[in-house]
Design a protein around this ligand. Structure first.
Ligand code: HMG
Ligand code: MG
Length: 284
C-alpha cells in the first residue's frame, strides 16, 4: 500500500463559505497563494454555486483569475449545475466537482433537488467537463450522519458513490458533513463503499465538530484510503448543515501523517503561515 498521501486543501471554499462577514476578494486570493507556497497539490479555490444560496462565494471568478498560479498545483471548484460549470471553465478551473448526498433531506436543503434528480443534473455537467479536459470529483455528503435524518445507512453511501464514479467522476470524496462520525461508523460506511469501488478512487472529508476527525482518518488509512480533505486553520462549515464545524485542520493532519510515516510533500512552516492567515480571516 502506498505511503504517499494526497492532502486536498479546502480552506478557500469549505473554510470560507460559511463565514457571515463578506471577506474581501484580495484576502481570498492571498489565502490561496499562501497555501500554494506550502507544497499542497490541490486547492479548492472557489465555488460556482448560486450567489443567492451562498453569497460569500459570489466572487469565485475573480478569485480564480486573480491567483498566482503555481506549476503542479490544481486549482479546483464546486460546480452544482451547467451554469456553474460554464462559469468555472471560463475562470480557468483545472478541476471541478459535483456534490450530492446520501440523505434525501440534505440533498433537498443543499442543492434543492432529490438524489435521483441530482444524478440527472450532474450527468451532463460531468460529460461536458470531461470533454473540456477538466477532471470531475464527486462529493457525497452525510456519509455517516445527516443533520435532518440522523444516522445514514452505509449502503446508501455506497450507492451514491458508485453512481458518481459510473457517471465519470475520477474520485468520490466522502463527507462527514456534520462531524458526527466515529471510527466505528466510518469503518462500517467505508466497508460498504469499498465493496463497490476501489480505495484509490475514494477520499475522506471529515469535519471536526465532534473532535474525532483525526481518529476517523486513522481508521480510513487502515482501510487503504490515501486522499484526505482538510482546511488550513480548521476553518469552515456548511451553510446548510447547522452547527457543523470546519474540516479537520490541514496542519494537524500533515503532522499526524508524518508521525504515522506517510509522505505528503508539504512544508510545515509555509503551511503554518497559511494557517495563521486563514484563522485571521475567520476571526475578522
Ligand atoms: P435553484 O434555486 O433550484 O436553482 O438552486 P435555479 O436553477 O432555479 O436558479 C435559481 C437562480 O440562481 C437563478 O437566478 C439562476 O440563474 C441562479 P435568477 O434567474 O433567479 O436571477 N443560479 C446560478 N447563478 C450562478 N451560478 C450558478 C447558478 N445556478 C443557478 N451555478 C442550486 C439550485 C444548486 C443552484 C442551489 O441550490 C445552490 O447553489 N446550492 C449550493 C449550496 C452550497 O453551495 N452548499 C455548500 C457547498 S456543499 C458542502 O459544503 C458539502 C461538502 O463540503 C462535502 C461535505 O462536507 O459533506 C462538499
Ligand atoms: Mg465539507
Amino acid at each position: 500500500m502506498s505511503d504517499q498521501v494526497l492532502v486536498f486543501e479546502m480552506a478557500p471554499r469549505d473554510g470560507l463559505q460559511n463565514e457571515e462577514r463578506i471577506i474581501p476578494t484580495e484576502d481570498k486570493i492571498a489565502l490561496v497563494d499562501a497555501l500554494s507556497r506550502s507544497g499542497l497539490g490541490k486547492i479548492e479555490t472557489a465555488s460556482f454555486v448560486s450567489p443567492k444560496w451562498v453569497p460569500q462565494m459570489a466572487d469565485g471568478a475573480e478569485v480564480m483569475t486573480g491567483i498566482t498560479r503555481r506549476a503542479g498545483v490544481a486549482y479546483t471548484a464546486l460546480t452544482p449545475n451547467m451554469k456553474g460549470l460554464e462559469r468555472a471553465l471560463a475562470a480557468g478551473a483545472d478541476e471541478v466537482a459535483v456534490f450530492g448526498a446520501a440523505s434525501e433531506t440534505f440533498s433537498q436543503r443543499n442543492i434543492n433537488c432529490s438524489i435521483a434528480e441530482s444524478f440527472q443534473r450532474f450527468r451532463p455537467v460531468v460529460d461536458r467537463a470531461v470533454a473540456e479536459g477538466a477532471p470531475v470529483r464527486g462529493y457525497v455528503s452525510c456519509v455517516t450522519d445527516c443533520p435532518y435524518e440522523g444516522a445514514v445507512v452505509p449502503e446508501a453511501v455506497a450507492e451514491v458513490a458508485k453512481a458518481l464514479l459510473d457517471m465519470g467522476c475520477y474520485e468520490v470524496s466522502l463527507g462527514d458533513t456534520i462531524g458526527k462520525g466515529v471510527p466505528e461508523t466510518v469503518s462500517a460506511m467505508l466497508g460498504a463503499v469499498l465493496s463497490r469501488v476501489p480505495a484509490e478512487q475514494v477520499a475522506g472529508h471529515f469535519h471536526d465538530t465532534g473532535g474525532r476527525a483525526r481518529d476517523n482518518i486513522i481508521a480510513a488509512l487502515a482501510l487503504g484510503i490515501r486522499t484526505f480533505d482538510t482546511s488550513a486553520g480548521g476553518i469552515g462549515g456548511c451553510p446548510y448543515a447547522p452547527g457543523a464545524q470546519g474540516n479537520v485542520a490541514t496542519e494537524a493532519v500533515v503532522g499526524l501523517l508524518a508521525a504515522e510515516g506517510f509522505e505528503t510533500g508539504i512544508d510545515p512552516d509555509a503551511l503554518g503561515e497559511a494557517a495563521r492567515f486563514a484563522r485571521s480571516l475567520k476571526a475578522g
